[in-house]
Design a protein around this ligand. Structure first.
Ligand SMILES: [Mg+2]
Length: 311
């Protein structure tokens, strides 16, 4: 595996492991208890975060680009196959509206929450294939929005997905053997985000890291709920605090309450891309459900180039 392939695989597998381990953390919310449980488990089963990230990769690989309708169909197909993956209420509602009312996915998503759309972290949690595949695209923001709009119509829901895609794309271009360019990384994210809420939180992450604030304080300041402008900034904080260790970074994200599986999925994606697959404990990798398929999808994304599309 080349270094760049190791980063693609690290991102997809890292995100899936973060999701699965974050889900266990709901039941074992301290490091020793969680670690002991992870040692006991024979298989790490992922949730909707990874099921949707898989769907995103499948659709991109099939189409060579982002096709919103195909993406929605792929999400719906995977949901019908495995409805027990812990989906929130949004996606099933959208799928049923598309089927019953003949709406597009984006129209159905726009009708949620009284017409405001969702600003949950569900579009950001699955975005790793977009950040990888379109890492060099000048339209990365728009690509992230196309993928987000299938379920998340609120500007904040899309902005969070775009910020996470940008974090993944930046991590792909950085060599972990070099000193981490923290200020450049954060400034790029700050420039990329478009909503006031997300910009303020990214700025706050920068300040918390600069001040070496502990996670217990950071989580109070940033929040960690399903709202994307809470959980995504805290995941970024955890990544920046533990740049050299996938394991520490993941424990930091999933052991401070809130939306643990999605915090794990988001931080696992960025750290996995940055450090590469070899940085993830072997015992964890071996236990990941469906690992070979997830690795194949990651390698597929690394092989094909985005088809030029005009939007
Ligand atoms: Mg989940």
């Amino acid at each position: 595996m080349t270094d760049i392939e190791a980063k693609y695989v690290g991102g997809m597998v890292g995100s899936a492991l973060g999701d699965a381990i974050g889900e266990f953390a709901f039941h074992y919310p301290n490091r020793e208890g969680l670690r002991a449980q992870l040692d006991r488990m024979r298989e790490f089963r992922y949730t909707d975060d990874t099921a949707m990230s898989i769907g995103l990769a499948e659709s991109i690989l099939k189409k060579g680009c982002l096709d919103q309708q195909d993406l929605g169909e792929t999400f719906r197909f995977n949901f019908q196959k495995e409805p027990w993956r812990g989906y929130a209420s949004g996606p099933p509602t959208i799928f049923s509206m598309v089927k019953r009312l003949g709406m597009t996915y984006a129209e159905a998503a726009r009708s949620l929450f009284g017409g405001a759309g969702s600003f949950g972290n569900g579009a950001a949690m699955r975005i790793v294939p977009v950040g990888l595949f379109f890492h060099n695209s000048p339209d990365l923001y728009e690509k992230a929005c196309i993928s987000a709009s299938v379920t998340h119509a609120h500007p904040l829901g899309k902005d969070g997905a775009a910020a996470q895609a940008r974090a993944v794309s930046l991590a792909l271009k950085l060599d972990p053997k070099d000193a981490f360019p923290r200020k450049i990384f954060m400034d790029r994210l700050l420039d990329f985000a478009r909503t006031r809420e997300m910009k303020q939180k990214i700025y706050l992450v920068q300040e918390l890291i600069k001040a070496q604030a502990p996670p217990s304080f950071a989580v109070e300041q940033l929040g960690c709920t399903v709202a994307v402008h809470e959980s995504l900034p805290f995941a970024l904080y955890c990544f920046l605090r533990h740049l050299k260790s996938f394991e520490d970074c993941l424990y930091c994200a999933v052991l401070h309450g809130g939306d643990r599986d999605t915090l794990g999925a988001m931080v696992g994606a960025v750290s996995g891309v940055y450090l590469g697959i070899e940085s993830i404990p072997e015992s964890w990798r071996q236990k990941l459900e469906n690992r070979a398929y997830i690795e194949d999808l990651a390698l597929g994304l690394s092989e094909i180039k985005p088809r030029v599309s005009f939007i």
